[in-house]
Design a protein around this ligand. Structure first.
Ligand code: ADP
Ligand code: MG
Length: 487
């Protein structure tokens, strides 16, 4: 949106609201759908009634005609139920407007004269910038319920109006809002910085991807590069030069690339679907953002590090530190099964990684802890990659069954992965290292049945880790570590 705030002829500015998180958005859309359905139902009923009455007796036709009023009477109700679509700021004040059924209606109006103070709530530890509110306090001290049905915890309870930053959502609109408030009311918005959104970067504890969303949703609907990218292609304005393709996954490819400074990195690409409903596009973006968010919050020497993430040409890119070396699947395929002297230290390293992930608050379940996703560096250390389907327990559990099937415990098939599901996968990975065979799906694995040289103690560790009932498995990665170190 272009707004020249020095232009005195500019009458008002409009800040369109950005949808909340996808889940809440869908709830809202569902609500609207319900209302639409109701209106349609009444129209249909009135129509049928009119025909019926006309056939029966002309006397009733007049009454039935009246029925037509019902659906129209419902329109204001529908408008009232809808969330505001935009905030309008002009010389008189602010107003929240709803656009529904083709009409604009004012939900709430605030005059500048009634406002004593405008401020941004403080950001608490672990809160995202977008979780803050901009609050408008009344001169009269009276309070009114504001529009924020989606939030349970409500800060600044005495404000006339409060708006979660998430609903503003783009740097340009935020800047416009802050500037217009000052322009029209001369009230300074306390605690803000007009560049608030611009100063964010993913190294912060609470990353936000507003820029990514904006870039992705507003980009023209055409893809310049139709197929997988070729070597030598430069992306993000020449910041990264592609050198090699590492693999092709379901969502895109992974590339070896070099930064301008000569650093080797891996670009993991997610191709964002183009010609689909915006809801599906948002979901794809959410998935991409999800992996970035989890990786960005982690810091462990044996977990791959996120360097950057961005969207270009309808593809999301994670820029990851490049881990040299084969993954465990490649290593075993080439060198055959490992003896226990090799397998035990690798097992211990896996336990350390899982203890770290499960110890984060809330715990992170990797859900794809397989030999493909563990890279063996030349110095013998292991690094875990691929957080595509990792889940932080606070997330609403998705019922999707993803991951390599032979490494999934029964509860993960039912869509209920817990930290112990990773312990099952760890047992399967140990089985693979010792036998060079993938385990039987949904089976308690005994490597000794395949290779007699495996010790009974080791066999027992693998079997306990791969118990089908989670309660019979080791209860934590530390317990597996303890058992392994006693072999
Ligand atoms: N940071 C990295 N360093 C080196 N190779 C990587 C890195 N990330 C991914 N790869 C390679 O790319 C492949 C695919 O990446 P991955 O994150 O596992 O995605 P997918 O979801 O497609 O399995 C991996 O198997 C690995 O060979
Ligand atoms: Mg993988």
């Amino acid at each position: 949106m272009d707004l020249n705030i020095n232009d005195e002829n500019e009458r008002s500015c409009i800040i369109p609201f950005w949808p909340y998180s996808v889940g809440e958005l869908m709830e809202r859309e569902k609500e609207k759908d319900d209302a639409r359905l109701l209106v349609l139902l009444f129209v249909a009923l009135a129509f049928l009634g009119a025909i019926f009455a006309a056939h029966l007796d002309m006397r009733y036709a007049g009454i039935t005609r009246l029925l037509w009023i019902v659906p129209f009477a419902l329109v204001p109700l529908f408008v009232k139920r809808s969330a505001p679509s935009q905030l309008v700021c002009d010389s008189r004040g602010l107003r929240l407007e709803t656009i529904a059924a083709g009409t604009v209606s004012v939900k709430q109006r605030l005059n500048w004269d009634d406002i004593s103070e405008i401020y941004l709530t403080e950001r608490k530890a672990k809160q995202r910038v977008l979780d803050q509110y901009i609050c408008f306090k009344s001169k009269k001290g009276h309070t009114r319920d504001s529009y924020q049905s989606a939030t349970r915890h409500v800060p600044c309870p005495h404000a006339l109006l409060k708006i979660k930053l998430e609903t503003i959502g783009t740097a340009a609109h935020w800047r416009t809002l802050v500037h217009s408030i000052y322009k029209w009311s001369s009230i300074e918005v306390k605690g803000v910085d007009a560049d608030l959104f611009n100063n964010l970067n993913i190294d912060q504890k609470a990353p936000t991807y507003t820029k990514i969303w904006l870039d992705a949703m507003l980009a023209p609907p055409q893809r310049h590069l139709i197929t997988a990218l070729n070597n030598g292609v430069s992306i993000k304005n020449g910041e990264y030069l592609l050198e090699d393709k590492l693999g092709m996954g379901g969502q895109g490819s992974a590339y070896l690339a070099r930064t301008k400074g000569g650093q080797e990195v891996v670009l993991k690409e997610t191709i964002l679907p183009l010609y689909v409903e915006s809801r599906i596009r948002r979901q794809a973006l959410e998935n991409f953002e999800h992996e970035a968010r989890i990786l960005g919050s982690l810091n462990h020497p044996n977990v791959v590090k996120l360097i950057d993430c961005f969207v270009e040409d309808h593809r999301g890119y994670l820029v990851l530190e490049r881990i040299k070396g084969p993954n465990l699947a490649e290593y075993i395929a080439k060198n055959g099964p490992l003896g226990e002297t090799h397998a035990v230290p690798l097992g211990l390293a896996m336990c350390d990684i899982l203890s770290y992930l499960h110890g984060v608050s809330p715990p992170i379940v990797h859900r794809d802890f397989t030999p493909d996703n563990l890279i063996l560096r030349p110095d013998g250390s292991l690094t875990l990659i691929d957080f595509t389907i990792a889940q932080q327990s606070a997330d609403t559990a998705t019922a999707n069954v993803m991951g390599k099937h032979a490494y999934l415990p029964p509860e993960q098939f039912r869509g209920k992965a817990t930290p112990q599901s990773d312990i099952y996968a760890l047992g399967c990975t140990l089985y693979y290292l010792l036998t060079s065979e993938n385990p039987e799906p949904l089976t308690c694995s005994h490597p000794k049945l395949v290779r007699d040289s495996v010790s009974s103690a080791m066999d027992q560790v693998v079997a306990t880790a791969t118990e089908l009932e989670a309660s019979k498995r080791f209860s934590s990665a530390m317990d597996v570590r303890h058992a392994l170190s006693n072999i």
